[in-house]
Design a protein around this ligand. Structure first.
Ligand SMILES: O=C(O)CCC(=O)C(=O)O
Length: 221
């Protein structure tokens, strides 16, 4: 019989121990996620409809991003910092709104704004919270997965801001909801994608939002 090997067991580093025993970061309170809310056929049909929409580069006070957007119902105008009316929802979005509202147990008419994001390869979205004029936000994902990241301030250490973070992979054909702290406290972002992804984001408006007449110029949210 061979002598038992005397392999040395190295004490693991504190970092390795942390990795071993750490619970996966908890997702923000108020975040809900549903996989496969669309069939593959529904996804293809929607993507075909989206391909014909008049997307424009997201324009933040003259800075044009890679991400392209189009809004219906209402849009946020960065020039006047107000929500303004936009073209009515196209007919093909109405059944989708009904479905997503049912998935999250919300009345469909509450979702009065839609912003569609087109992320070509290389496009993402930076850290942000949605404008205060909007309340709950849902997003339906098409064609490609993405890494949806969350962060919120967790204090300061050695004079530097520290963050609590969480993230998940959002799959195509899924939908998520941002409500409560996930909507109002946590910021979210998506790093640059390597293939085309669309998100159809539906928003409710806060009760007392002032809606201004359309100004013509101005950027979408
Ligand atoms: O594409 C997504 O899922 C996120 C979109 C988003 O954060 C936004 O439209 O403000």
């Amino acid at each position: 019989m061979n002598a038992p090997s005397r392999r040395r067991i190295r004490p693991s580093s504190p970092a390795a121990q942390a990795d071993l025993f750490a619970a996966p970061p908890r997702l923000p309170e108020g975040f809900r996620y549903h996989a496969e809310v669309l069939s593959v056929e529904e996804e293809e049909t929607l993507a075909g409809e989206l391909g014909a929409l008049p997307f424009k580069p997201f324009d933040f006070q003259g800075y044009l991003a890679n991400r392209q957007v189009v809004s219906f119902g209402y849009r946020y105008d960065y020039g006047t910092r107000a929500v303004v009316e936009a073209a009515p929802f196209p007919a093909f979005l109405v059944p989708l709104r009904r479905k997503i509202a049912a998935v999250f147990g919300r009345p469909e008419e509450a979702f009065r704004q839609v912003l569609i994001n087109e992320y070509r390869p290389g496009a993402g979205i930076g850290w942000h919270r949605d404008k205060a004029q909007f309340d709950e936000v849902t997003a339906v994902s098409l064609l490609a997965p993405c890494n949806l990241r969350f962060r919120r301030k967790a204090g300061a250490a050695s004079g530097r801001q520290t963050w609590e973070r969480a993230s998940l992979t959002v799959a195509p054909r899924s939908a998520y909801l941002l409500s409560g702290p996930a909507r109002t406290i946590w910021e979210h972002s998506i790093p640059a994608l390597d293939r085309l992804r669309y998100s159809i984001t539906l928003r409710t408006l806060v009760a007392k939002v002032g809606v201004e007449a359309p100004s013509g110029a101005g950027a979408d949210l």
